[in-house]
Design a binder for this molecule. Structure first.
Ligand code: FRU
Length: 472
């Protein structure tokens, strides 16, 4: 640890202490969703399970609740639901990462975790910070226990990336396949087209560019936080895309997170399918996945959205902002890629109510509700007297009754998705988070909300309704 990181460690601890002592009650802190102790959180980083323990790192700005200099925060868990904050893990303390320890991943192997991330550097001067004035360094740092870290090694600089990409290259995700290590990174080309760069290595340290992956037609100007995994014979390339324009995207979030199915091998010739959104709600970005020791593919997203001044999270008043989604198992059924909350949540459920056709429960801030066997495509729910979920005219809507920056909506309005048939809906509410899984998680809608009263009212003729409180 150098002198700078030593002092930064002290400073971060001081800030976290001051925030935890401040008078405001932490009325909106979720119980099962990872949130920062103070300041700002964005992308999930370095997700892994190592020697039984789950590690989640996160983009963390303890100094500024609106986001500023990025560190990696660190939390651990035994069940992916109860998270224990372990302190800041990686500081911007080297010349090659001095403007931010940006997003990256973890690779667990042979009694160590290798963390790969982007070291962000912004040069002083009159630059556009796209084609010049910026460095995006690929860095490796290893750990034997997940808590103490070795020396940071600079693996690649902008010189190692293709000449026709801008300085925006970042967010390495690494995996191993048939004895070869692969790394995928997001990039913005100089002609403003987003793509993914695919590198390979035989020793996880020296990397060679093998492929550049993009769609036939330009698809956004930048791909952030790419991820790649295989599940049930499907090859999934996930990317958070900036700059999508046109009719299809006009009522959606400012940036998107979704996936392509890959035909061929990512390191060779390959083509991409249509892009499918991971989440159709207001707050979802930069997801990352990992494989649990029992072989599940689990994905966690940032339950927030960058560059979105029309939203205000009311937790800012309490000195912190943003959280992760519930960890979600990705699974394939009848050829469709689906998501469901991790099965560990089952153990937290205690039955509250059971009904047919309709349900009204008051004052419950942390619950799961399941509406199954929906008939005639009919479904209407009001959450916290503020948020409406409704199926009508072949579309599923999530909308706020009164979109205003100072109430439950925090300025959020309406999100919707065309869905031909509605079979079932699962609602997961955790104080200020709401995640809605439609048709066994074929479509998901996530949002933050800040209700004054926690009522849940559901109307779905003849459907089977069940509601559980979720206990710690
Ligand atoms: C995505 C992102 C990443 C970057 C990080 C910086 O939200 O912009 O591309 O590494 O956040 O915090």
């Amino acid at each position: 640890m150098n002198a700078l990181s030593k002092d930064l460690t002290k400073l971060v601890k001081m800030i976290e202490k001051i925030e935890s002592r401040s008078g405001e009650p932490d009325r909106f802190r979720p119980r099962f969703h990872l949130a920062p102790p103070a300041g700002w959180l964005n992308d999930p980083n370095g997700l892994c399970q190592y020697q039984g323990l789950y590690h989640a790192f996160f983009q963390y700005s303890p100094f500024d609740v609106e986001g500023g200099l990025k560190l990696w925060g660190h939390s651990t868990s035994r069940d992916m639901l109860h998270w224990e904050y372990q302190g800041a893990a990686l500081y911007p303390d080297q010349p090659f990462d001095c403007h931010g320890v940006y997003s990256g991943c973890a690779l667990t192997e042979d009694g160590r975790i290798s963390f790969y991330y982007t070291g962000n550097v912004k040069l002083d001067g009159d630059f556009d910070y796209v084609t010049e004035g910026r460095e995006a360094n690929t860095i490796l740092v290893e750990s034997g226990d997940g808590f103490r870290f070795g020396r940071k090694q600079l693996l690649m600089t902008n010189e190692d990336y293709p000449e026709d990409v801008t300085k925006h290259v970042r967010d390495p995700k690494v995996w191993k396949e048939n004895g070869i290590y692969y790394m995928i990174q997001g990039a913005r080309r100089k002609d403003d087209v987003g793509e993914a760069l695919l590198f390979a290595s035989s020793d996880r340290i020296h990397w060679l560019l093998k492929n550049r992956i993009t769609t036939k037609e330009p698809f956004g100007f930048m791909w952030e936080c790419p991820d790649y995994f295989e599940i049930d014979g499907k090859k999934i390339l996930s990317a958070s895309v900036q700059g999508l324009e046109g009719e299809k995207w006009k009522d959606k979030n400012v940036y998107q997170s979704g996936y392509f199915e890959v035909k061929g091998h990512v390191a060779e010739q390959c083509t991409l399918s249509e892009y499918v959104l991971w989440d159709c709600g207001f707050d979802y970005y930069a997801p990352q996945s990992f494989e649990t020791e029992d072989g599940r593919r689990v994905q966690i997203g940032w339950m927030g959205m960058p560059d979105c001044p029309e939203h205000t999270n009311r937790t800012i008043e309490d000195g912190w902002q943003h959280c992760f989604t519930i960890p979600r198992e990705i699974y394939v059924k009848d050829g469709r890629v689906l998501q469901r909350p991790v099965r560990e949540l089952e153990e937290r459920k205690r039955i509250l109510a059971e009904a047919t056709g309709g349900l009204y429960v008051e004052e419950e801030p942390v619950y799961e509700a399941r509406i199954a066997e929906i008939k005639e495509n009919q479904f209407h729910a009001v959450l916290g007297e503020e948020l409406i979920l409704e199926y009508r005219d072949s579309r599923f809507e999530m909308r706020f009754i009164n979109p205003s920056k100072d109430n439950a909506s925090g300025g959020r309005t309406l999100r919707y998705q065309e869905i031909e048939t509605l079979n079932n809906v699962t609602i997961l509410t955790d104080v200020s988070t709401c995640e809605v899984f439609v048709n066994d998680g074929e479509y998901v809608f996530s949002t933050r909300f800040y209700p004054e009263n926690y009522g849940l009212q559901i109307q779905a003729d003849e459907a089977k309704l069940k509601m559980w409180e979720l206990v710690s």
